[in-house]
Design a protein around this ligand. Structure first.
Ligand code: ADP
Length: 624
């Protein structure tokens, strides 16, 4: 007996104790796996004529033994495959479990993995898998009763493919598992969830027929077994658009992409032009657990004349829309198109362009008329779009800038750049933004107090990439991006500016003395009119902002060399100024101590760590 990997064990446990009320989905999951397996072998059969091509899925119900069997003649699994595929849920599963500690529910957790094969444990107390892989002489049997573990042994099996025997749980108060032994139940489930599977799903059914030879006026009946194909086998994308409902699309998506949630958006399109193709595109409701890692593989399923030739055709979807899942079926492509020539293929390029246009148009529509869902999408995949703006020195920025959303200080929700610009105050030249770790922290930045009081709208940048996005965009609709943390950010009128200049001139020596006390920790110390209640803030000169310094220094290879040129700004109206003046006149040592405290405070307010903890503690102690 082998043990499941820890993570798998937990998922299994959740499955068995069935948090899903929707237990019947196990059938669609297993049928969908069977169909995938046939897809793979069918593709091989194009070049290997020895492969038999009577592809089908067979369901057998055995009331006596309480088993449901699902058999396919697809690609099958080797012992290694069994180990890898059924012994573990997801190789980087630990990652998702970490996330769970951040308060995800178990339901969400399972959803991140896709429910898959293990869902069968919702209805089974034992599962046997008999399988023989393409290219293998030996067949194997995998068997498990759940969490305790599983076994793999050699077995005998005719033909390629996989047979899964499900031993149903005993009926209980909570659920009548015997339902799954009823032909009508299975028939209706297949119709509901798996109708468009492209291979026949066959089941022996009992039908009552008139006995042959009995007279019409005195008929006698008998029960006979008859093989019935339960599904219509028309792929969803081949059906006339008018016949395809939202419900059909949702079911298809969940089936095909092993998700338990409906997609946020489904798109069904038949494109005719230089290349003709049908496509179904989906935006998932949730980012897969590995979406933002290098393990994630984007792409849509590529079919050619009803044969799936690639499971994830990377070339068809740009990175920034990598979250889009879907199917493309074209009869214009050559069946034996290989990975190598795909990138150069003119037709593939034409499809990729078409898909990008379609996705862009749909996102735009969503943003305009289905804001709630667009915001959900942006919460999950907005980072992907932001990286897209920044990537390649901004080569795609114009295509993507209208999909961006940022949190507005004024509206207290996400707004687009177009919306921001439209609402700018009279005389406002720039798009104002402020950076920080969280909206809460940004809200309490000293340097935005006055701007907020004056009613300016400020965009809150909380993702590390946000400011890089602003820098690469440079402007939106002719309006430049301006950080409130730039040293020259000012909302003063000319008169106010003049006043500040005069006051600064008057206190020149004091400011210089503070600068001297801080050495090269800061580039400059100056008076400011930005602040209302706070005594100080820290801003930056030049191209590297304090936020960018943070981002660079949090990177794995950071050497701490990227430094913002910091400016310590002291409020021109705060009463602290008087204490500073007094110290400057009477006690130069005390002024140095004040300088240290002010500087470290400003760092804290900016979300930086204290530079010199001992120095700071000594300074505070001394003052006290
Ligand atoms: P998913 O299908 O989402 O990858 P599953 O847990 O359902 O997750 O299945 C894991 C893997 O096991 C599949 O990716 C596939 O490689 C393999 N597998 C499952 N069912 C079959 C089958 N009937 N024939 C061949 N391989 C299968």
């Amino acid at each position: 007996m082998k043990q499941f990997k820890t993570e798998s064990k937990r998922i299994l446990d959740l499955m068995i104790n069935s948090i899903y009320t929707n237990k019947e989905i196990f059938l669609r999951e297993l049928i969908s796996n069977a169909s995938d397996a046939i897809d793979k072998l069918k593709f091989i059969s194009l070049t290997d004529t020895a492969v038999k091509s009577d592809f089908k899925i067979e369901i057998t119900l055995d009331k006596e033994n309480r088993t449901v069997t699902i058999e396919d003649n697809g690609i099958g699994m080797t012992d290694k495959d069994l180990e890898k595929n059924l012994g573990t849920i997801a190789e980087s599963g630990t990652l998702a479990f970490k996330k769970n500690n951040e308060g995800k529910t178990d339901n969400e957790l399972i959803g991140q993995f896709g429910v898959g094969f293990y869902s069968a444990f919702m209805v089974a107390d034992k599962i046997d898998v008999y399988t023989k892989a393409y290219g293998s002489e030996t067949a194997y049997k995998w068997s498990s009763k759940g969490v305790e573990g599983y076994s793999i042994e050699q077995t005998e099996k005719d033909g390629l493919g996989t047979k899964i025997v499900i031993y149903l749980k005993a009926d209980g108060e909570d659920y009548n598992y015997s339902d799954f032994l009823q032909e009508y139940k299975i028939t209706s489930l297949v119709k509901e969830y798996s109708d468009y599977i492209r291979y026949p799903i066959n089941m022996m059914t009992t039908v009552t027929k008139k006995k042959e030879g009995t007279p019409d006026d005195k008929p006698e009946y008998e029960e006979v077994s008859e093989l019935k194909t339960l599904n219509s086998m028309v792929p969803l994308w081949k059906k006339p658009k008018a016949e395809v409902t939202e419900e059909n699309l949702n079911e298809f998506y969940k089936n095909e992409f092993h998700d338990y949630q409906n997609p946020l958006k489904s798109v069904y399109a038949k494109i005719e032009g230089a290349v003709t193709y049908d496509t179904l595109l989906f935006v998932p409701a949730r980012a897969p657990y590995d979406y933002y890692s290098k393990d994630y593989k984007k792409g849509v399923k590529l079919h050619c004349n009803g044969v799936m030739i690639m499971e994830k055709c990377d070339e068809l979807i740009p990175d920034y829309f990598g979250f889009v899942k879907g199917v493309v079926d074209s009869s214009d492509l050559s069946l034996n198109i290989s990975r190598e020539i795909l990138q150069q293929d003119r037709q593939v390029k034409a499809i990729a362009n078409g898909l990008e246009k379609k996705i862009s148009a749909e996102l735009k529509k969503m943003m305009e008329s289905d804001r709630e869902n667009y915001e959900k999408l942006f919460a999950e995949f907005g980072l992907s779009i932001k990286f897209g703006v920044y990537a390649g020195f901004g080569m795609n920025k114009d295509k993507l800038k209208d999909f961006l959303m940022f949190y507005s200080s004024k509206k207290e929700k996400l707004v687009s750049l177009a919306e921001y610009v439209k609402e700018m105050q009279e005389g406002q030249q720039d798009i104002y933004y402020a950076c920080g770790e969280s909206y809460e922290k940004i809200k309490s930045l000293p340097q935005i107090e006055k701007a907020m009081n004056k009613g300016y709208e400020i965009l809150f940048f909380k993702d590390g990439v946000d400011e890089f996005v602003a820098k690469i965009l440079i402007d939106y609709d002719g309006k430049k991006f301006k950080s409130v943390s730039e040293a020259d950010f000012s909302l003063d009128t000319d008169v106010e500016k003049k006043e500040l200049e005069e006051k600064s001139e008057e206190l020149k020596d004091l400011l210089l003395a503070i600068k001297d006390a801080l050495g090269d920790k800061v580039k400059e110390v100056k008076l400011t009119s930005k602040l209302v209640n706070y005594p100080v803030c820290l801003t930056a000169l030049g191209d590297v902002s304090i936020e960018m310094e943070k981002v660079f220094n949090s990177m794995p290879n950071a050497d701490g060399k990227v430094r913002a040129e910091k400016v310590l700004e002291i409020s021109s109206t705060h009463k602290i100024l008087q204490s500073l003046k007094t110290a400057f006149e009477k006690d130069k040592e005390l002024l140095k101590t004040y300088a240290i405290v002010l500087y470290e405070q400003a760092r804290l307010l900016e979300g930086l760590e204290i530079d010199d903890v001992t120095g700071f503690v000594n300074a505070v102690t001394e003052i006290m």
